[in-house]
Design a binder for this molecule. Structure first.
Ligand SMILES: CCCCCCCCCCC/C=C/C(=O)SCCNC(=O)CCNC(=O)[C@H](O)C(C)(C)COP(=O)(O)OP(=O)(O)OC[C@H]1O[C@@H](n2cnc3c(N)ncnc32)[C@H](O)[C@@H]1OP(=O)(O)O
Length: 288
């Protein structure tokens, strides 16, 4: 009898461990992401592709899967952030754009498009906690969120024009919707990166935080206000605000992707990407 009780207790203990292990598996399943749920059912999605969260197809497809999962599990909100206290994301991975087969570039671009559609159109409220630099693709991810809180002394913006290709129309629209036509035109045509203070002044971010912890406090304050708002009413209102852009990308997305692939594949653009990458390496060598 004693042996039976011990065995049953051990089995229960094992099962309970297994359950809590499975609960953690959602975060453990990803190579480049950590996903944790807080007590308010808010998902904290942390990009952790060291060193600078460069957006390759794998990281983007993990973000895409998480967004589907959060939609299905009816989370109350999402915070998108970075493991790094220096870089939120360094944008699309040059290694998948430089001297790559069109199919590789196509996968990269289609996957970021998938993320844009899911993140921008998500039914739950979304906040970007920007703990470091957010150039290009990093800025795009934050623009798809509803609210941006950025830590002091970093840079954010869309500098793609400097790489020799134009900003895709929907991305232009994201910027226009956020900082207005005049500011967007000036910023996009010059590839301007804004400091945290400048970004607040122009409306590219909503709040400045002194550090990661205070950025999370501000994100919680933003999300808490929705506790008293019926989610369905909130969701439909968000959809109405975002419908035009979402409809455009779902109708024309494939065309935008193909345009972007052929733009990136042009010899002149490839040359500029190579020079840009070499410049990054030189800067690093000289600073060491
Ligand atoms: C709806 C429309 C449908 C169409 C869909 C199209 C969607 C398009 C989206 C918009 C277009 C976006 C384009 C891009 O994102 S292109 C990428 C542009 N990115 C940049 O210009 C930033 C480049 N990086 C930096 O400026 C710095 O790295 C940064 C300031 C971010 C950090 O500086 P830090 O000094 O901390 O780090 P390092 O520069 O030493 O970098 C560390 C290593 O990482 C490598 N690195 C950095 N960025 C990239 C990158 N984007 N791709 C590949 N590799 C990168 C860097 O070379 C270092 O490598 P090593 O350690 O090997 O030297």
């Amino acid at each position: 009898m004693y042996r039976y009780v011990c065995k049953t207790m051990l089995r229960r203990l094992f099962l309970s461990k297994k359950v809590s292990y499975q609960a953690r598996l959602f975060s453990g399943n990803f190579r480049y992401l950590e996903v944790l749920n807080n007590e308010n059912n808010v998902a904290i999605v942390t990009m952790k592709r060291a060193p600078v969260n460069t957006l390759n197809s794998e990281l983007l497809s993990e973000i895409s899967s998480v967004l589907t999962n959060l939609d299905e599990t009816k989370c109350s909100g999402m915070v998108l952030t970075s493991f790094s206290d220096k870089v939120f994301s360094s944008g699309l991975d040059f290694n998948e754009m430089y001297e790559s087969r069109p199919a590789t570039i196509r996968t990269l671009v289609s996957t970021i498009l998938e993320v844009i559609i899911k993140l921008y159109g998500s039914p739950f409220p979304t906040v970007a906690v920007i703990t470091g630099h957010a150039p290009s693709g990093g800025c795009v991810l934050s623009l798809c969120c509803e609210y941006r809180i950025m830590v002091q002394n970093f840079q954010i913006g869309l500098n793609v024009v400097k790489l020799g290709y134009s900003t895709p129309l929907s991305i232009v629209q994201l910027m226009v919707n956020t900082i207005g036509h005049r500011n967007a035109e000036l910023a996009l045509t010059s590839g301007r990166l804004f400091t945290t203070n400048e970004a607040l002044r122009v409306g590219l971010i909503d709040e400045i935080a002194k550090d990661r912890a205070s950025a999370f406090d501000k994100a919680n304050d933003f999300l808490n206000q929705f506790k008293v708002i019926p989610p369905i009413a909130r969701h439909f209102t968000k959809q109405s605000m975002r419908r035009a852009l979402l409809q455009d990308v779902s109708i024309n997305g494939k065309i935008y992707v193909e345009d972007f692939v052929s733009l990136i594949s042009r010899p002149k653009v490839q040359e500029l990407i190579a020079a840009y990458m070499a410049n990054m390496k030189n800067k690093k060598k000289n600073s060491n």
